[in-house]
Design a protein around this ligand. Sequence first.
Ligand code: IMP
Ligand code: MG
Length: 181
Amino acid sequence: MSNEYDLAECQEVVVSAERLQRRITELGAQITADYQGRPPLLVGVLKGAFMFMSDLARAIELPVEFDFMAVASYGNATKTSGVVRIVKDLDIDLGGRDVLLVEDIIDSGLTLKYLRTNLLARQPASLEVCALLVREGLQESDPDLKYVGFHIPPDFVVGYGLDVAERFRNLPDIRRFTGTA
Ligand code: IMP
Ligand code: MG
């Protein structure tokens, strides 16, 4: 079929859909236990975290609230420069809130470092991070992540919200990207 999705650049599954869902169920249970009596405000970082945030929220048995922010980092498609620009800011005031920042992947950790400083300046009651993926060994300093889905090898990955040049976000699993960006 000529209109079939071309997956030649991402054949190798790094985290299957089943493993993703099993781990998200565990993370949801842990967050439910940790946030008894103080339901968190989930802050998703667009666009990469949208799918993870949606599944994670359904695994949390607390009346959570949602907000989103979008950031762009200056740099090329597969490397972060560390200079981050807020493209869409939050709607909700973080003052006194228990904020759980939901990220797709921590690579160099520079985006997270910027976001943490930015969000802490808004004086939340607490700020923790839930990252679906952490790329092994690339962070300069300890990124202090309370909740982590999976540690993965250095290869660039796509799927389940993650893209290369806006492609492959709707794959149900995480795959290694072997093409050129
Ligand atoms: P960091 O600032 O180097 O930690 O980069 C974090 C951001 O870069 C993530 O939120 C992603 O948007 C993007 N990113 C890093 N690695 C990947 C990847 O393997 N696939 C897709 N996006 C990635
Ligand atoms: Mg991102």
